[in-house]
Ligand binder design. Structure first.
Ligand SMILES: [Zn+2]
Length: 61
C-alpha cells in the first residue's frame, strides 16, 4: 500500500473588526503589509495596523 503524502502546516489567522458595522471576520495568512481591507459584511473600506500585543498565545500570557 502506498503511503499518502501527508503534511502539517501552520496558518496565521488575522482577525479584523469593521469600524462601520462592528462585525468580525478572519483571513488566513493575510499579508502584513496590506492595510486596506473591505468588510465582507457591509463592504466598507477600513484601514488596519497590526496591534503591538497581537501575536501567538505564548506572547499573551
Ligand atoms: Zn462592515
Amino acid at each position: 500500500m502506498k503511503k499518502k503524502n501527508i503534511k502539517r502546516t501552520i496558518e496565521l489567522l488575522h482577525h479584523f473588526r469593521c469600524g462601520t458595522c462592528d462585525k468580525w471576520w478572519s483571513v488566513g495568512d493575510a499579508p502584513r503589509s496590506k492595510r486596506s481591507w473591505f468588510c465582507p459584511w457591509c463592504g466598507a473600506k477600513n484601514q488596519y495596523t497590526i496591534s503591538k500585543n497581537a501575536g501567538t498565545r505564548e506572547n499573551n500570557s
